[in-house]
Design a protein around this ligand. Structure first.
Ligand SMILES: [Zn+2]
Length: 152
């Protein structure tokens, strides 16, 4: 079966004008050849993590099966690490990628007293003085532990 590469061609080549090629996009918690995990600098959501593919690929289905599996293994390791270190009320997973050619996943711990709950963090604010739950210093280590457990 001939592979349709039309959509891959649409993703521009990496370059220094691309924000996610030029910089990590946050404090790096984990890094490997395929992807990285960063802590997003969001005042309302200090433990908001993002799993970012290092190269230019726009859609999950543009990745081969092994890369897709690895990327989601990392996403789920971040989810597990956030749950174990912070005990949030909920985890939100989202992938949009409308603004960048790097496919990425948002992994966001949520609490009933955060700024937008139960709305998505991109929705209407629900409270004026929200609680902010800081990222624990051991989050990077917890991600490494969750990845090691996933590989076992
Ligand atoms: Zn880029």
């Amino acid at each position: 079966m001939a592979e349709d590469r039309t959509f891959r061609i649409m993703a521009p080549e990496p370059n220094e004008t691309c924000e996610l090629c030029a910089s990590p996009g946050g404090a790096v918690l984990h890094s490997e050849p395929l992807c990285r995990v960063v802590l997003v600098a969001d005042a309302d959501y200090p433990a908001f993590c993002r799993v970012i593919l290092n190269r230019h690929v726009r859609e999950m289905t543009d990745l081969d099966a092994s890369e897709r599996l690895r990327l989601m293994t990392v996403v789920f390791a971040v989810e597990r690490a956030l749950r174990e270190t912070l005990r949030p009320d909920k985890i939100n997973l989202a992938s949009f990628g409308n603004m960048t050619p790097h496919v990425h996943w948002h992994v966001i711990p949520r609490w009933r007293d955060d700024r937008h709950f139960p709305q998505p963090i991109w929705g209407c604010a629900q409270r004026e003085q929200p609680a902010r739950h800081p990222a624990p210093p051991e989050l990077g280590a917890a991600i490494a532990t969750a990845l090691a457990a996933a590989a076992a």
